[in-house]
Write a protein of this length. Sequence first.
Length: 197
Amino acid sequence: MAKTPGKKASKKGLILQKAATMFRHRGFSATSMRDLAEEVGIEAASLYNHINSKQEILEAICFEVANLFNEHMDQVEASSANTIAKIERIIRFHIQQMIDNYEQVFVSDREWRRLEEPYLSNFQTQRRTYRKRFASLIEKGIDKKEIRSLDAPTAVLIILHAIGGIESWHRSSQKISARELEENMLTILIDVLRKND
């Protein structure tokens, strides 16, 4: 009988998805492989047919998210748009990921310190480099007089922390729509940066 293509990959995808949810709710350290197997609906021993360890799961989640953001940054930097438009694209992408890919983004942002070497150092480097690239875009906008004079690394820190606050939107029982949230946040964050004549 022919093997169904992608079946193992889809099971692994389900494992990563369930793991991200459990890591967010319980934390990485408090989630066991047995707990995860139960959540996925398979025997603990069967889990190891798809994944080698809890560390491997965390690595997969963190670096999948990092790759997603780095690839988007590559596209933005390569575009011919003006600086404000580029920053708007980056901020919108961050907001959308926090809305649509919340569990994985949350885990990569909060649990990455649990990574083991050499993955920990690699991930730290990627985080620093990404923020520097973001800050460099803001500095270019300042040089072109598109963005008001401010400290770019501080601006990046504030923007990313503001977007991280979407966590409270997810927890709220009375909230505006995801679309309204995105547009409101974008307006506020871009208006703060934009240079007024």
